[in-house]
Design a protein around this ligand. Structure first.
Ligand SMILES: Nc1ncnc2c1ncn2[C@@H]1O[C@H](COP(=O)(O)OP(=O)(O)OP(=O)(O)O)[C@@H](O)[C@H]1O
Length: 248
């Protein structure tokens, strides 16, 4: 995905300024920066989740491949299948584990019969590292799983519709360290098949899971580069100050 000259406003308040970024395919890009710097706002621009906010206004261009995602003729439901999202708090539907994963493929008409749907559900749960834990209780509520399992269920739900990109907004912030480690391992496996963008408050997490890091400050994308370079040899003084804990 690419963004060019992206400006974003909540009413009169500008939250993002002239963002230009190329998000590399089949890699993990981490968005870091102090609270309120616009990481989540920009993440939500990437699949038009901000459309739900009445006062939101976007200027500039975001493309998925060649497609301008703010083109008025674009089908937003289709866009959100191609650019899926995993939220801070695991939010399974109040439905069975099976139904949670089957929901997307069903509304997008991806499966011709029950066998095909079973296959998609199984492979999505496998790829989300959850199959072995739930295969004997697929008819039980998704909400009955542990927090870490629920988050992996939400990842299975996102990948069941074969997205190109998976956006993750602080996916581990509600999880304990063991569940966090599992999600981080999973992110590393998923990047073989998906482009991943993760917002994280943790610089350690960004360093562990991402290949590229983008540092935001006061709505400006200060620096974006290979994660190792950003953390060891940042180009910008502001990045250096942030990663060494001088502010934020
Ligand atoms: N729905 C909204 N209406 C008005 N202003 C908003 C809204 N959501 C966010 N903002 C403001 O936009 C700015 C960027 O917020 P955003 O949540 O994108 O930052 P962030 O970097 O993700 O922060 P955090 O790390 O705390 O989640 C902040 O000043 C915030 O107060």
């Amino acid at each position: 995905m690419t963004a060019r000259e992206l400006n974003f406003f909540y009413g009169a308040k500008q939250a993002l300024y002239d963002i230009n970024i190329d998000i590399a395919e089949k890699e993990v890009t981490a968005f870091i920066g102090p609270s309120g710097c616009g990481k989540s706002t920009f993440l939500r621009c990437l699949n038009r989740m901000n459309d739900y906010i009445d006062i939101a206004r976007v200027d500039g261009t975001i493309k998925l491949g060649d497609q301008d995602i703010y083109d008025p003729s674009l089908d937003v439901v289709q866009l959100r299948a191609l650019v899926g999202m995993v939220f801070q708090k695991p939010n399974p539907f109040p439905k069975s584990i099976y139904e949670n994963v089957a929901y997307g493929p069903k509304i997008h008409g991806m499966c011709r019969n029950k066998d095909e749907m079973d296959q998609v559900v199984q492979s999505s749960l496998e790829r989300a590292g959850l199959w072995n834990e739930v295969k004997d209780r697929l008819d039980q509520p998704g909400t009955g799983l542990s927090g870490g399992q629920q988050q992996r269920l939400c990842i299975a739900r996102a990948i069941a519709v074969s997205p190109d990109v998976v956006l993750m907004d602080e996916p581990c912030s509600a999880l304990d360290p063991i569940a966090t480690a599992k999600i981080e391992e999973l992110i590393d496996e998923l990047r073989q098949n998906f482009t991943i963008v993760i917002v994280t408050h943790s610089m350690q997490q960004a360093a562990r899971v991402s290949q590229r890091t983008a540092f935001f400050h006061l709505g400006v994308l200060v620096e974006c580069g290979e994660t190792e370079q950003v953390f060891t040899n940042p180009r910008e003084e502001k990045t250096q100050a942030y990663i060494t804990g001088r502010f934020g």
